[in-house]
Design a protein around this ligand. Sequence first.
Ligand SMILES: [Zn+2]
Length: 145
Amino acid sequence: MWNRIWQLHTPPKVRNFVWRACSDILPTRTNLYRRKVPVDPACGICQQHDETVAHALWSCPMARNVWALVTGKLQKRSSEVKDFYVLVRGLMAELSPKEMEVCATVSWSIWNARIRYLFDKKQTQPCDILRGAMSLLQDYQRLCQ
Ligand SMILES: [Zn+2]
């Protein structure tokens, strides 16, 4: 699984991000709370659930709105995911490397949109989050050819 993450044909920052997300070391509110940082572990966007990696990148309504725009096998996946590592392991078994690269870059893009919203109060539309991810991925792959 880790080898497959490192072999993804995405910008290195995306591979590194997916590795950190799967290792559960992203600074989500739940992880900060666990490290005794005085924050409310609830999601800063929907306030409905604790902000775990799986919630932030997959189950949060904000993330769902982006994933809803991604066509293919991802659509059939349940929105209820407890563990991001388990989700990625399942996706790796099912998706082609190309689809996995899209999935990784969209996750990275969702995370960055969350940061922009939570820290700069700037809201990014789901279609712009997806478009940003796709153009980053395409530019990178074009440059590498
Ligand atoms: Zn949320």
